[in-house]
Design a binder for this molecule. Structure first.
Ligand code: C2E
Ligand code: MG
Ligand code: MG
Length: 761
């Protein structure tokens, strides 16, 4: 039995105070009447006994009723004990009185009154004491037991019959109390279950993510969970049973959860809801998105479920946005742009528009050297600049990577597109400041102009070809699409395929061109120069190969091949002769470049001091970056010597000379043009002296005549010379012969050697 039920049973003992008080004084009156009529002194004694016990029990009852808190189990134990004492005392009093009346008087009427009183009192006890039958049984035993014995003892057929009947009556009443207790306990168990069920239902109802309301058939509220009132911002007084749906909906209007039209719709649904009806109220003007479901109930009325779908709607909107916009820059993406162009093209057949395909130059270097976060920032800044430049009609998007596109609508002539392209190139080439780095990039633009019935795909392809041309024209420029470009692009595509295959099939070869030391007259270094022996194209110049390989990203693999091949070849040369390599800027920025060099040296066994890396200065834009300096310093620490190639041309700057750990400067052959006149010679000598003063050895490239050689070697600052005068670049076998000739021969008097020149690639 659960503690609650036990407490309830004890509580039932004290349930009806009035019958108990009356029951307590009833036998006292009966005893007084019998004593008066029979004038038996002993009978009088029972009267105060009944009164005393009756008063005590009534007092207990009063005290019990005065407690106002619920009954705990320990209290129930105490109160049960008190009740038991009272019941026993009263039972004893009854027994004593019964025996006294039956044994001391002969008055049949007194006997009748006595037996009737005992029976009446006992049957009254059933209704009160059934909760604790043991107490009742004890009371019956103490009260009725002596009367039963006294009836037998008195003797006579009536008394025996009375004894028998009262015994049967007491036995029956005993069973009655037990079954009454069972019924009462079962009722309590059912009540407890129901309470548990109600609390579970309540918990479920108030913890569900949905708001829920049940309305009766007359539209009045039966149940509402907390979530509903919370979602609708309903004040306490509205959340009452019996409130009409109309008032609740009006309150939702007041708290601006529902707009007027939605509120009317919802009310009519509650009043005559169809099975499974769903209404979604989309968020507008700061309202939340709610999904309402109406379900009619079996006996009339309806259940309303409300789900707050604002977050889901926002997530869906975000997904849709992500699918159509570039996350980084917020610009429309390729899919979005294509759809839009398709739509514009189909709507404005007769208007001419231009499609500008923009590609950033040197973006990869920014990513490689400053890291991706900087690259990302740069892309955002580019996007901002493009946005600022657009007219409201124009449409800009990011295609991915460093590719942007602009759709310039309704142009009057090609000049409109050209001028926009020009402005884009200029604006995007202006400096960017990213995390204290000053970054400069360029942009190339390919333009395709719409024609009637052109598709978005063709337009895109054309602009792409024009862009390709713009890049090939030296980047930082724009180019319109022309029909013949398709052929060039195809040719380039074939070249790329060929190059890839050539690397796999080892169609490349290294030629070597000597650098001659002007003091010793001997070959000090040989520069490795790439050649491609193509079955149909013939020998292809590196000038045509390198930029394509760079664009394709093939340069890293190609560079690795050159590095290993050159180191192996150098091992076959006399000890003092080094090998010089041309390194493309892309290769140079590759992260594991140093490891590649170490590996090549290790595999070939070539000492690091015999390897000369010749930096190619061309597209290295981010001057003085820490990474460049760091990479060069590491190589230099490794023992590899660093040369600066083509000094004095294009991008090379004097600041290179003190910013990087250079060992050698190679003065470009353009300095030799018109060297027989004063100024170029002064310039060349000045540069040579400056380099020599900074501790670097100086090479002059492109020496073709003895006069040139004499002029550059006159003041002794130039340490080495390279050019057709000594030798053209030659295959490996030929360079070995040259080397043995150079190193086998003693230097001539004026320390100059003129090696036989050869005509090769
Ligand atoms: P570079 O490094 O300045 O190489 C010198 C270029 O000048 C070579 O052209 C060479 O043949 C040429 N040359 C040498 N002496 C004379 C001369 O007296 N007169 C004239 N007119 N030219 C002379 P080449 O072999 O066609 O190479 C062109 C450029 O291609 C190289 O310029 C270098 O920048 C690049 N290159 C060559 N091989 C490689 C390579 O393996 N890797 C990389 N990344 N670039 C390479
Ligand atoms: Mg070179
Ligand atoms: Mg050069």
């Amino acid at each position: 039995m659960s503690p609650t039920i036990y407490a309830a049973l004890v509580d039932s003992l004290f349930m009806n105070p009035a019958p108990m008080i009356f029951g307590a004084f009833g036998p006292a009156i009966a005893a007084a009447v019998v004593a008066f009529v029979t004038a038996d002194v002993w009978c009088w004694l029972s009267v105060p006994l009944f009164i005393a016990v009756g008063v005590a029990r009534a007092y207990q009852m009063y005290r019990y009723k005065r407690r106002n808190a619920g009954l705990t189990v320990s209290e129930a134990v105490v109160w049960e004990k008190r009740y038991r004492i009272g019941a026993i005392a009263y039972g004893l009093a009854l027994g004593i009185w019964g025996v006294t009346v039956l044994m001391r008087t002969d008055d049949a009427a007194a006997h009748m009154l006595c037996v009737t009183t005992v029976v009446a009192y006992t049957s009254g006890g059933v209704g009160r004491t059934f909760g604790r039958p043991n107490i009742f049984h004890l009371q019956v035993l103490l009260g009725c037991g002596p009367v039963f014995v006294a009836l037998i003892a008195f003797g006579g057929i009536y008394y025996y019959a009375l004894a028998l009947l009262s015994f049967v009556f007491f036995a029956a009443i005993r069973r009655l109390t037990s079954s009454l207790q069972r019924i009462y306990v079962n009722a309590w168990i059912a009540r407890e279950r129901e309470a548990a069920l109600v609390s579970q239902f309540d918990t479920a109802l108030n913890n569900m993510p949905h708001g829920l309301c049940m309305f009766n058939v007359d539209g009045r509220l039966a149940v509402m969970n907390h979530r509903f009132s919370e979602m609708m911002g309903l004040p306490g007084e509205v959340v009452l049973r019996g409130v009409h749906a109309r008032e609740i909906v009006a309150e939702c209007r007041r708290s601006e959860i529902l707009a007027e039209d939605s509120a009317n719709l919802i009310l009519s649904e509650i009043e005559n809801s169809q099975a499974g009806e769903i209404i979604t109220v989309e968020p507008h003007a700061g309202m939340r998105a709610l999904s309402w479901t109406f379900q009619p109930m079996a006996g009339g009325g309806s259940v309303v479920l409300v789900e707050d779908i604002t977050e889901r709607r926002m997530a869906e909107a975000k997904i849709t946005h992500l699918a159509r916009f570039d996350e980084l820059t917020g610009l429309p993406n390729r899919v979005n742009f294509r759809d839009e162009i398709e739509r514009l093209l189909s709507h404005a057949q007769d208007a001419t528009s231009a499609f500008l395909f923009i590609d950033l130059d040197q973006f990869k270097q920014v990513n490689d050297t400053l890291g991706h976060p900087c690259g990302d920032r740069l892309l955002c800044m580019v996007a901002d600049r493009l946005r600022e430049m657009m007219r409201t009609n124009d449409f800009v998007a990011r295609f991915g990577g460093d590719e942007f596109v602009v759709f310039q609508r309704n142009i009057t002539s090609n000049e409109d597109a050209a001028s926009l392209a020009r402005r884009i190139v200029e604006r995007l080439s202006e400096r960017y400041e990213i995390d204290l780095h000053l970054v400069e990039i360029g942009a190339s633009v390919g333009i395709a102009v719409t024609s009637p019935s052109i598709s978005a795909d063709v337009l895109l392809k054309n602009a792409d070809m024009a862009l390709y041309r713009a890049k090939a024209d030296g980047r930082g420029t724009f180019c319109f699409f022309r029909e013949e470009m398709a052929e060039t692009v195809e040719a380039r595509r074939i070249l790329e395929l060929d190059l890839r295959r050539a690397l796999a099939d080892e169609e490349f070869e290294l030629y070597y061109q000597p650098l001659v030391n002007l003091k010793s007259g001997r070959i000090s270094t040989c520069e490795a120069l790439l050649r491609w022996n193509h079955p149909e194209r013939g020998t292809v110049s590196p000038v045509d190969i390198i930029p394509v390989a760079e664009d394709m990203g093939l340069i890293v693999d190609l560079g690795r091949w050159i590095l290993r091949k050159a180191c192996m070849e150098c091992m076959k040369w006399p000890d003092g002769v080094s090998v010089a390599l041309n390194v493309s800027s892309q290769q140079f920025h590759q992260r594991d470049g140093l490891r590649e060099v170490r590996y090549a040296l290790e595999v070939s066994g070539l000492p690091a001091k015999r390897l000369e890396e010749v930096e190619i200065t061309g597209s290295s834009l981010l001057r003085n970056t820490q990474w460049t300096r760091h990479a060069l310093t590491q190589l230099s620490n490794e023992g590899v010597r660093i040369s600066l190639d083509d000094f004095g041309t294009g991008y090379s700057s004097l600041s290179y000379l003190h910013n990087f750990p250079l060992n050698k400067v190679k003065i470009d052959r353009s300095f030799l043009e018109g060297i027989d006149t004063d100024r170029p010679l002064t310039l060349l000598r000045g540069v040579a002296r400056l380099s020599a003063d900074l501790g670097m050895s100086v090479v002059v490239e492109g020496i073709e005549t003895n006069e040139q050689l004499e002029l550059i070697s006159a003041d002794g600052t130039v340490t080495e010379a390279q050019g057709y005068l000594f030798s053209r670049p030659v295959p490996a076998t030929a360079i070995r012969q040259l080397l043995s000739a150079s190193h086998g021969r003693r230097p001539s008097e004026n320390n100059l050697v003129t090696l036989p020149s050869r005509s090769t690639g």
